[in-house]
Write a protein that binds this ligand. Structure first.
Ligand code: NAD
Ligand code: IPM
Ligand code: MN
Length: 350
């Protein structure tokens, strides 16, 4: 019997609704001879508002001992004066990504048969965004002075290290080599020139080791056009933390919606537990109504199983998601738990 230690962090808003569905499907897909020993952590807005704690050193140390993490979403109610933006996002989600060195934020974008793209002629969409996960403008490298005065100055400096860029670029090339052998760097090298230089140089240098992989480049603004006008052209997209955040919400939209977009925060060196989560947030506008789509969280379980070395179990979940999407056509809206039940049943029927 193989026992896998899984940290479960449902978090806030619809995170509390989609994670139970993801766990249902995990139970249905768990290979024989394997058990997932779950530890649930109730951290997020509620805990912060009650105790002032976000992610304590003790909880982080405990999570570090696990084999993988499944997270729902973090983020409180908009406009809550007791919970300014950033407290949970930085203190919980980004702290986990940084502390656990999740330098590959893996965000596949595939237009599954049965999924409804808002594009008139989407074509076949199947690409993966390799978003850098530990650097860029996300590191808190900046500050404010003279706050509240007309002389206020605020900086948020993008951090790009040769070490950090090279390792994520290497991961992206390795993925491209195994896929359709095309890699697109997305940046804004015409304006963000210092960071742009390091990204362009390392893509060229690492690319020289991958002569089979065709390399191209798009500015992030033009990328918004290409993702809508001709998304089929992309295979692997490598980009920095902030551009990757933006690109992947649009990528989710063109492949059938944010409710379907799964992701992994991966440490390819496997020195820490990787973390799997839907691309979406806590969606306070629909939370508590059982109308959130749990498919993104369920797809994240598939990414987790693949990472843990169970690609067949992962493929079963993906196949069940496709079947479920096909069955949605002509059906009315279903509750979150109904979607989870349906996908779990399809996994079992396999
Ligand atoms: P969001 O992703 O929560 O919601 C954007 C829109 O998509 C909303 O209209 C929402 O109703 C819809 N949506 C999201 N998930 C859905 C699902 N599964 N099914 C159906 N519709 C869905 O983004 P936001 O509104 O910008 O952010 C809300 C909060 O979540 C903020 O506090 C933000 O910081 C946080 N956030 C957290 C994460 C995360 O934990 N990984 C990701 C993004 C945003
Ligand atoms: C995401 C989210 C996060 C990000 C926020 C909540 C910190 O938008 O996972 O895409 O910007 O990475
Ligand atoms: Mn985002």
């Amino acid at each position: 019997m193989t026992s896998i230690k899984l940290a479960v962090i449902p978090g806030d808003g619809i995170g509390q609704e989609v994670v139970p569905e993801a766990l249902k499907v995990l139970a249905a897909a768990t290979p024989e001879g394997v058990t997932f020993e779950q530890t649930h952590y109730e951290i997020g807005a509620e805990r912060y508002l009650a105790t002032g704690e976000v992610l304590t050193d003790e909880v982080l140390a405990d999570i570090r001992t696990k084999d993988a993490i499944l997270l729902g979403a973090v983020g409180g109610k908009p406009g809550d004066p007791n919970l300014p933006p950033g407290i949970l996002e930085r203190g919980l989600l980004l702290k986990l990504r940084f502390e656990l060195d999740h330098y590959v934020n893996l965000r596949p974008s595939k237009l599954f048969p049965g999924a409804a793209s808002p594009l008139a002629n989407p074509g076949e969409i199947d690409f993966v965004v390799v978003r850098e996960g530990t650097e860029g403008p996300y590191t808190g490298n900046g500050g404010s002075i003279r706050v509240g005065t007309p002389q206020e100055v605020a900086t948020e400096v993008s951090l790009n290290t040769a070490f950090g860029v090279e390792r994520v670029v290497r991961d992206a090339f390795a993925r491209a080599q195994k896929r359709r052998k095309k890699l697109t760097l997305v940046h804004k090298t015409n304006v963000i020139v210092n960071a742009g230089k390091i990204w362009s140089r390392l893509v060229a240098e690492v690319g020289a080791e991958y002569p089979d992989v065709a390399v191209d480049y798009q500015h992030v603004d033009a990328m918004m056009i290409h993702l809508v006008a001709n998304p089929s052209q992309f295979d692997v997209i490598v980009t920095d933390n902030l551009f990757g955040d933006i690109v992947t919400d649009l990528a989710a939209a063109v492949t059938g919606g944010i409710g379907l977009a799964a992701s992994g925060n991966v440490n390819p060196d496997r020195t820490t537990p990787s973390m799997f989560e839907p691309v979406h947030g806590s969606a306070p506008d629909i939370a508590g109504q059982q109308i959130a789509d749990p498919t993104a969280a369920i797809g994240s379980v598939a990414l987790m199983l693949d990472h843990l070395g169970y690609p067949e179990a992962a493929a079963k979940i993906d196949a069940a998601i496709v079947k479920d999407l096909e069955s949605r056509q002509g059906q009315g809206p279903r509750k979150t738990a109904e979607v989870g039940d349906a996908i779990a049943a399809l996994v079992v029927a396999g």
